[in-house]
Ligand binder design. Structure first.
Ligand code: AGP
Length: 613
């Protein structure tokens, strides 16, 4: 979604802003712009399309300045046009915004009645006019912003500058992510610290409702007009682990990083074939009391939750419910005492998941219910991690490709660790079984490495998909969510319509779709459901469907059958098979997308971090 970069320095920050925007490109956007204050003027450039277009415009116009704000816009209110691109200006004020101002129409009507003219269809422009208007009476820019913020409803991160304050950048965080990058004699803001990694590794994380004033040498944070302290944290993330390296796309790099990412994630929790004593130690009392688990997540993270449900119920006999956050937050789910609420999120900032969490916490508190909240997340500093009682990090490193890959498989590894931990605390799993699963977990990175050896074979299969318009993915048990995930991956980056189904559902509808032109992807690990799955394959073939099978090497599924293409996957324990079978569906989607010439890392209309509804 929209990305913000801003800064105040002694040197010109034009290139820092452009480079920062490039590092936010992964978030998804359709236009970009920047504004700099120079010699009492606001200099602005905006372009539709890629940051490269803005970069060229900036080169042509030679705009430069040491105080500025920049933005990548993902259209919500108004089409992706130059006029709608940020920054928005009113008088001498320039504003960039990430989020949605829900009451913008009401504010716009009031401002128009006061004589303010609107040049865009965005919700953001009201903020620029409101600050401009407040400055007619407010003693300074900070106070003007402090007066405007209570009038805004919705979610917003803002960067605001004014020609009369050439050494001041005002920023606000309310419901959308924003971080301050602390430099030496210069300070910056951004929606994601990744954008600022080339210039600093020291960050200050704002809390919801914070308003901050940055100058070259100072950072003051205010809550309700009073200054508050926010600690500065040093990050060990480096620039290199957020770059593409030798790979053609971030997505491919991230697919190949999975063995290491999983190794990292499990290493934090394991000691030999046992859980480390200190792993989730401070959650033990809460875990002992829980009677059920409710998982809330979106997209790929939701699929990880679906798999965890099988594990919670099969391995430790703990009831587990899983729901899409955008649905959960808008119904009135019964909040049950002694429930563990688990948010799963790569970013930890997904608006629907965050809203569902906050709503649950509020309703539980109002009823005096005892619940525990937890986040499984890839970003240690995210809102969800900060707002839940406990957290378990997926140590996947930055995931830049919009299509989630290593975040998903590390979520699965983390979820299995959580199941084992809760099982141990509740005495619901035998130590020998835990040790066996842990041994399998340690072995998983190697199985993934071996599975990656199939890359060329999968590339060959993908050539048969290029001309297709539709595709079905089928799996049973924990492979059903992988079928959903495979379909999501294929549609999001190759734009081929794809659906995932539990193979047993075939006869109840989707079989009607199967004909000569319908590729059907089958996920066939060696498990209890294999024979039933083989019957489903027969059903497809009998109707002329073409099968693309990712099968266990010992499954007995023949490779030499007509209209049946098989790639053999190395043997893996059936419990952990969903982790390994994610790899072929990721590679298939990736290669199909590359062959179809789509924008693999930044597919159209999508954003990496969905910070608005
Ligand atoms: C996955 O490929 C998607 N890009 C998307 O479904 C994603 O998983 C979803 O938006 C949730 O994001 P989160 O994990 O950051 O909460």
């Amino acid at each position: 979604m929209c990305g913000i970069v801003g800064g105040v320095a002694e040197r010109s920050i034009t290139n820092i802003l452009i480079e920062g925007l490039k590092r936010l490109e992964y978030r998804g956007y359709d236009s970009a712009g920047l504004a700099l204050i120079s010699q009492g003027q606001v200099l602005r450039e905006r372009r539709v399309g890629k940051v490269a277009n803005l970069e060229q415009a900036v080169l042509d116009s030679q705009v430069t300045g040491s105080l500025g704000i920049a933005h990548t816009r993902w259209a919500t209110h108004g089409k992706p046009t130059e006029n709608n691109a940020h920054p928005h200006i009113s008088g001498n004020v320039a504003v960039v915004h990430n989020g949605i101002i829900e009451n913008y129409q009401e504010l716009k009507d009031e401002l128009e009645a006061l004589g303010y003219m609107f040049s865009s269809q965005t919700d953001t422009e009201v903020v620029a006019h409101l600050v401009n208007h407040a400055l007619k009476t407010a003693p300074n820019l900070l106070v003007a912003v402090q007066q405007v913020v209570p009038q805004l409803k919705g979610a917003y991160a803002l960067g605001i500058i004014h020609t009369d304050y050439p050494d001041e950048l005002i920023t606000v965080r309310e419901g959308s992510p924003l971080v301050i990058g602390v430099g030496i004699g210069e300070n910056f803001i951004s929606s994601d610290q990744l954008a600022l990694l080339p210039i600093t590794n020291r960050f200050m994380y704002l809390e919801e409702g914070d308003i901050a004033r940055l100058t070259r040498d100072s950072i003051e944070v205010f809550v309700n007009g009073q200054t508050v302290e926010r600690p500065v944290k040093e990050l060990d993330a480096t620039v290199s682990n957020a770059s593409k390296g030798e790979y053609k796309h971030y997505m491919l790099k991230e697919i190949y990083e999975q063995p290491e990412a999983i190794q990292q994630t499990i290493s934090q929790a394991l000691n030999g074939n046992a859980l480390r004593e200190d792993f989730l130690k401070d959650a033990e009392l809460d875990f002992a009391n829980i009677q059920q688990v409710q998982i809330i997540a979106c997209g790929t993270s939701y699929h990880a939750g679906m798999i965890a449900k099988y594990w919670f119920e099969q391995l430790i006999n703990l009831p587990c419910h899983v729901e899409i956050a955008s649905e959960y937050r808008y119904r009135t789910p019964v909040i049950v005492n002694n429930t563990l609420y688990v948010c799963i999120s790569q970013s930890g900032e997904t608006a629907d998941t965050l809203a569902a969490l906050r709503d649950t916490q509020k309703r539980a508190a109002a009823k005096g219910l005892d619940i525990t909240t937890m986040t499984i997340c890839n970003v240690a500093t995210s809102s969800m991690v900060r707002e839940t009682n406990h957290s378990l990090l997926t140590l996947a490193g930055p995931e830049i490709g919009v299509a989630s890959t290593k975040a998903f498989t590390t979520q699965l590894a983390a979820l299995m660790l959580l199941v084992l931990k809760i099982g141990q605390v509740k005495n619901a799993i035998a130590a020998t079984e835990t040790a066996e699963i842990i041994a399998d977990l340690w072995h998983t990175p190697k199985v993934i490495l071996d599975t990656l050896q199939n890359d060329t074979a999968i590339l060959r299969l993908s050539e048969l998909f290029v001309e297709k318009n539709h595709c079905l993915f089928l799996g049973r048990g924990t492979q059903f969510p992988i079928a959903l995930e495979g379909a999501l991956k294929l549609k999001e980056i190759s734009y081929i319509h794809a659906e995932g189904y539990a193979a047993g559902e075939l006869k109840h509808g989707p079989l009607a779709l199967v004909d000569n032109d319908m590729p059907v992807v089958i996920l066939a690990p060696q498990d209890d459901m294999l024979d039933k799955l083989k019957s489903n394959m027969e059903e497809v073939q009998a109707r002329g469907g073409e099968l693309f099978v990712f099968a266990d090497e010992h499954s007995g599924i023949p490779a030499d059958k007509e209209r049946q293409h098989v790639v053999y996957v190395p043997q893996v324990s059936s419990l952990l098979a969903p982790i390994v079978y994610s790899i072929p569906v990721q590679l298939l989607s990736y290669h199909v997308a590359v062959l179809r010439g789509t924008d693999v890392d930044q597919p159209r209309n999508l954003a990496k971090s969905v910070t608005v509804e």
